[in-house]
Design a protein around this ligand. Structure first.
Ligand code: ME8
Length: 508
């Protein structure tokens, strides 16, 4: 099986983490955890983008050197994946020496490729510091950058340019040859139309900046922040593991996740830069929508930050992951609200899943003194219910359908709840002649819940572990476990504590 390398964008170190950033990190972690469950060699990269000009400006305002300032603020970003229970394999900082060295080598390779792809010219035009991007009049609304409601600055300086225009043909060929290069398809079409519209060369360096990676052949200039940041996906592989170069193992088996605001950089500039430097282009890019809060994009400049750490304190990481995965169909724009989080916590996590575990374990404890007899029946309703789950979820996650795969697991959760009601174990327990029937029902509920717990590991890692522990079954979450009838006898099952306790109790 080909290795699986998944990345989030590297987030601007000087912004405040909000739920939109958490969203991509959660999605990447779900995909990575799932692939590891399937035994695939997986690498998950996230990190921070530090060389934005804003960093130097704010550092100066605070009387600090840019590096000192970046060192002080990077911690919240490093903490974010851990608090979300995201298991990234490496956390990159673009001020890492390994990254800086690699970017210099990467740019030098383009300069030396014999095609004159890098040349010097005067850049005169508008620049939005918010986007760290050059703007044309057509990009502006009433003279302002629509992303940041801010007037771009006029910049005029001699820079080094990358001959992007020379890559139009090769990029179109790439999009034609690989219809799944960018997903969803409508995003590939968007990138393709942009390429077809004609590509402008772009400046890859900035003059007179105190903060950034020096251009190797002209150290008075530093790399433009995007020409530096995009390269992180490759540079990290060269120094993430001491003494090892992971490029051979993971490049180009990479899946880049990103939101639509940075589509052009990733789907047009990045493959062109790679081709120019003599590297393979990425395997795939998945462009998701914006997570909206009450129909507005969540962002710092719009003042509606939702601090993911506050939400985790209140609801737990699992609930935040669940809400992000479930509220908006992954790939589309959609709204999420904190009320919606509370609602899903109570209704779906607390009632559907939590109560199912509480009832099941309480019944085994009460009617069987905590001892479960292994009586699988491959023709049972529960066997049929969970039978296709493993393949269905794996197929959906291979296609980045995070929302659909979670819904598929939830169908099984709802099916098990219906099974409790329909089989009414509390009635069977009253009738000594129906002992075997009761054993069968209890077995199917425990086994069904075990399957659900393994299938939920990528989405709800903490709850998954708690369920397996409460059922006294193996903590192994290998994907082969998403199959009916693998539970053996279990003993000492006790009525489980609530998986998702009532919030008034938790926050009291
Ligand atoms: O763009 N909904 O960093 P950034 C969904 N440093 N996703 C969101 C979101 C929202 N409301 N807000 C942010 C940069 N994101 C550059 C990237 S990569 C070489 C350099 C997520 O801090 C989403 O993944 O602005 C988006 O692409 C990313 O955060 C932008 O983070």
């Amino acid at each position: 099986m080909e290795p699986y390398y998944v990345t989030t964008p590297i987030y601007y170190v000087n912004s405040t983490p909000h739920i939109g950033h958490a969203y991509t990190t959660i999605a990447a972690d779900i995909l990575a955890r799932h692939q590891r469950q399937r035994g695939r060699d997986t690498f998950f990269l996230t990190g921070v983008d530090e060389h934005a000009s804003k960093v130097a400006r704010v550092a100066a305002e605070q009387g600090l050197a840019p590096q000192e300032y970046a060192d002080r603020i990077e911690g919240v970003w490093r903490e974010l994946p851990a608090r979300l229970l995201a298991e990234n394999d490496f956390f990159i900082r673009t001020s890492d020496d390994g990254h800086k060295r690699f970017v210099q080598d990467f740019l030098q390779r383009i300069r030396d490729n014999g095609r004159d792809d890098i040349y010097q010219d005067v850049y005169a035009g508008l620049y939005c510091v918010g986007c760290e991007a050059f703007k044309t009049e057509a990009d502006l609304v009433d003279g302002l950058c629509p992303e940041h409601d801010r007037e771009p600055e006029w910049i005029e300086e001699t820079n080094w340019f990358f001959r992007l225009s020379a890559y139009q043909g090769r990029l179109l060929q790439l999009y034609d040859a690989r219809p799944d290069f960018v997903l969803p398809r409508f995003r590939a079409n968007e990138a393709r139309s942009f390429i077809e519209g004609g590509l402008q060369d772009f400046s890859i360096s900035r003059a007179g900046q105190p903060w950034g990676i020096p251009i190797p052949w002209d150290p008075d200039q530093v790399a433009y922040v995007w020409a530096d940041a995009l390269v992180n996906y490759l540079s990290a592989l060269t120094y993430a593991r001491e003494g090892e170069d992971l490029r051979e193992r993971y490049w180009p088996s990479v899946r880049h996740l990103l939101a639509k605001d940075i589509l052009r950089f990733h789907c047009v500039y990045w493959p062109a830069l790679l081709l120019a430097a003599g590297y393979d282009v990425p395997h795939q890019l998945f462009v998701h929508g914006w997570l909206l809060l009450d129909d507005r994009k969540i962002s710092k400049s719009r003042g509606n930050i939702v601090d993911p750490l506050d939400l985790i304190d209140l609801y737990g990481a699992d609930a935040v992951r669940f809400w992000c995965a479930r509220s908006v169909s992954f790939g589309q724009d959609g709204s999420a609200s904190v009320d919606g989080l509370r609602d899903r916590y109570e209704r779906e996590l607390g009632n559907d899943l939590g109560n199912l575990l509480s009832r099941t374990t309480a019944m085994v404890a009460r009617y069987r003194d905590g001892e479960l007899r292994a009586v699988p029946d491959p023709a049972s309703d529960v066997a049929r219910l969970v039978g296709p789950l493993g393949a269905d979820v794996a197929d959906r996650l291979d296609a980045y359908d995070i929302t659909g795969s979670l819904e598929r697991v939830w169908e099984v959760v709802r099916g098990l709840n219906r099974h409790v009601e329909a089989s009414a174990p509390w009635q069977l327990a009253k009738d000594a002649e129906r002992e075997q029937e009761l054993d069968r029902v209890l077995y199917d509920l425990v086994d069904g819940l075990r399957v659900v717990a393994v299938a939920l590991h990528a989405f709800l890692p903490a709850a998954s572990e708690q369920i397996l522990a409460a059922l006294r079954v193996s903590p192994d979450v290998s994907w082969a476990g998403v199959a009916y009838g693998l539970t053996g006898t279990a003993s000492k099952i006790e009525a489980a504590a609530p998986l998702f306790p009532r919030l008034d109790v938790q926050t009291a």
